[in-house]
Design a protein around this ligand. Structure first.
Ligand SMILES: Nc1ncnc2c1ncn2[C@@H]1O[C@H](COP(=O)(O)OP(=O)(O)OP(=O)(O)O)[C@@H](O)[C@H]1O
Length: 645
């Protein structure tokens, strides 16, 4: 029996609370003293022994970190620090702004999450203090992943954390968002809360983190980021991370960094990509790209691969026809025209598989930590601004060979795109040419022609994909590499199974009626063409969506066993029950980036948020649990599922 007012550990509630408070004060004081004493001199890299006063800590335990963080790290299985963590964390703990660059898959996420939690812990941050830490990611999937790591390593802390990435009605999360201490978010939704949510303010913000900072500071996000930054206090600490971040990252001024540390872990390394990554390129006839891709997949049925394509339409078409042709491995597709919940499911499903192929746009290009990917294939190389071509390449191949694992990549280039390979090599990326094995090539065009002739919706999809492809090439500024004039467009159309070349409305200049001649092939193009292209494409998509909704679509399981040549009866795909969803999903993508460009989150206005397990007692935990909305539960269930992987 315990006497009234007494607790098992001895002492009254009040006494216990006061002891706890004293212990906390002591812990914070010790941490602060240690941080001050152990901070590396400004402007030095703690990994450079000659500059540091003593060798940098190797394990998390050696750092002045709080008990809850150390426990979270231990339970998460993190003991030894990665180089980027060893070099950055001590600087950030000392309160400095920092630009952190390290190869893909090298552990940047923990390098910023740990110090964010630590700063708030030392300030005894509570619910009443509001928003203390803000992590901004360019894509929803990446935000979810960061949030997952935060939940894992932060579970012993009492602060609350939320995920704000778009998806549903903003009203549903308005109340909770005002109580969050740390938010992981995509820019669009964050700004929407700043504008519309009563009581949501960031005037107390202590730390701002931009993950994939070069992408976030890109033109696509610039207006949103400018507006967000206007709402943040200047006194905050600012941290920028990316695998492709340089001191010269564009337009840092607007972030008001204060004498930032620049830590580039692999700057002196002979390569900028992971050393365990074997990179190849192949020069192929443009009309054979699909054949090569198909043959590659057929030859690597036991591998896990990601194939990057340059537009949503291409991803949908290639995925659909390859499914119908039944390669003998599970195929899935990820792009921005798929609803958020479904995207998350596809992402997590692919994470779990050992053998699979994921066709994706750049929505999967940055930051995502897919486990055990063997191959990254880039069928068509870049799709954004020219200076970013190599950066895009680096991030895409970075989906393999992560965290000490091995991986391979293949870049398929046409003869006139070979300059891309030299650009990549010049950027200290070891890429070797390999030859197409003609004897293993499996020509597809006849099979595709048969499929397309039997299914009008598929033909329509092919036409859209074809037009998107030419548009993406046409819009590339580097005409030395990307030149529609150098493409055998008619041959290309026939290699996709199209009986005739689609009408290229997006390039048709109204003043010059030259039927079937791409605008890019003409010398007399008019100026407003890009705008018109976009408008026409939107119109086209609307019409096509209507048509598609009417047509009954079928899913086809990707298995060889049927021995089908692709013309046989369609079979339900057991791992994806959603394709009918994809049509309705398209309508929500008005906010996504250019019609066929990247579908990263540069203007998302959707929601999904989740509370973080706080330690403030049962009632609050139950309250939080009750307040979770359907989509949040889904996100959390899927995240937990992934944690078991
Ligand atoms: N200290 C550590 N010990 C063990 N594993 C770690 C450690 N730090 C990170 N990892 C693991 O390494 C993998 C890559 O980490 P992370 O996703 O943070 O890389 P990244 O540098 O952000 O990559 P990208 O540039 O592609 O975004 C993850 O699976 C993560 O769990």
């Amino acid at each position: 029996m315990v006497a009234k007012g007494k607790q098992r550990g001895g002492g009254t509630h009040k006494e216990q609370r006061s002891k706890k408070h004293e212990r906390l004060e002591e812990e914070i004081q010790t941490l602060e003293q240690r941080i001050a004493a152990e901070a590396p001199p400004p402007g030095t890299n703690p990994l450079a022994n000659d500059l540091a006063s003593k060798p940098a800590a190797k394990s998390f335990r050696e750092l002045p970190l709080s008990r809850p963080t150390l426990q979270g790290l231990e339970e998460g299985g993190y003991k030894t620090m990665k180089d980027i963590q060893r070099a950055c964390i001590p600087h950030i703990l000392a309160g400095r702004d920092l630009l952190g660059a390290a190869k893909t898959g090298s552990g940047k996420t923990l390098a910023f999450l740990i110090p964010v939690m630590e700063r708030l812990f030392r300030l005894k941050w509570s619910k009443l203090d509001g928003l203390g830490g803000l992590v901004i990611s360019p894509t929803r999937e990446l935000a979810i992943q960061i949030f997952e790591v935060l939940r894992k390593v932060g579970k012993k802390h009492e602060m609350s954390a939320g995920l704000v990435i778009g998806g549903k009605d903003v009203g549903q999360e308005q109340e909770r968002v005002t109580h969050m201490n740390i938010l992981v978010c995509t820019p669009g939704r964050l700004l929407q809360h700043m504008d519309e949510t009563y009581g949501f303010d960031a005037c107390n913000l202590q730390v701002l983190v931009l993950d994939e900072a070069d992408r976030i500071l890109d033109l696509g996000f610039s207006a949103t980021i400018n507006s967000i930054v206007e709402n943040l206090p200047k006194s905050r600490q600012t941290l920028l991370f990316s695998a492709t971040l340089s001191k010269q990252v564009r337009d840092l001024a607007r972030l008001s960094l204060k004498e930032p540390e620049y830590i580039a872990i692999h700057e002196a390394s002979s390569t900028v990509t992971p050393s365990r990554l074997q990179q190849h390129y192949m020069v192929v006839n443009p009309a054979e790209k699909l054949d090569v891709l198909w043959s590659f997949i057929k030859m690597h049925l036991k591998s896990k691969s990601i194939v990057f394509l340059s537009s949503c339409n291409q991803v949908r078409f290639v995925h659909e026809v390859f499914c119908r042709l039944r390669p003998g491995v599970v195929l899935s597709a990820l792009h921005g025209k798929i609803k958020q919940e479904k995207r998350l499911q596809i992402f997590l499903d692919f994470c779990e598989r050992k053998e699979a192929v994921l066709f994706a746009t750049d929505v999967a290009g940055r930051g995502l930590d897919f486990p055990e990917v063997d191959w990254v294939i880039q069928a068509i190389c870049a799709q954004v601004d020219c200076p970013e071509d190599v950066a895009t390449y680096i991030h895409r191949v970075g989906r393999t060979a992560r965290n000490e694992a091995k991986g391979k990549s293949l870049l398929l280039l046409c003869e006139h795109e070979k300059k891309m390979a030299s650009n990549v090599q010049e950027a200290r990326i070891p890429i070797k040419q390999i030859q197409v094995n003609k004897s293993r090539m499996q020509p597809l065009h006849q099979k595709l022609a048969t499929l397309l002739s039997q299914d009008a919706s598929l033909k329509h999809m092919a036409q859209k994909a074809f037009v998107s492809y030419l548009r993406s090439v046409h819009l590339q500024p580097d005409k030395q590499i990307f030149d529609v004039n150098k493409l055998p467009v008619e041959l290309l159309a026939s290699s996709w199974g199209l009986p005739t070349m689609p009408r290229l409305r997006f390039v048709a200049a109204p003043a010059v009626k030259k039927k079937n001649i791409p605008y890019a092939l003409r010398e007399d193009g008019n100026k407003g063409a890009e705008k018109e292209e976009k408008e026409e494409e939107e119109e086209e998509e609307e019409e096509e969506e209507e048509e598609e909704e009417k047509s009954q679509r079928t899913r086809v399981i990707a298995t060889d066993e049927e021995g089908s040549d692709g013309a046989g009866p369609a079979k339900e795909n057991d791992d994806d029950d959603d394709d009918d969803e994809e049509e309705e999903e398209e309508e929500e993508e008005q906010g996504a980036r250019s019609s066929d460009g990247s579908d990263e989150e540069n203007s998302d206005v959707e929601v999904a948020s989740a509370g973080w397990k706080g330690g403030k007692g049962k009632e609050e935990a139950i309250d939080k649990k009750r307040s979770l909305q359907d989509e949040e539960e889904l996100a959390l269930t899927l995240l937990k599922k992934r944690q078991r992987v």
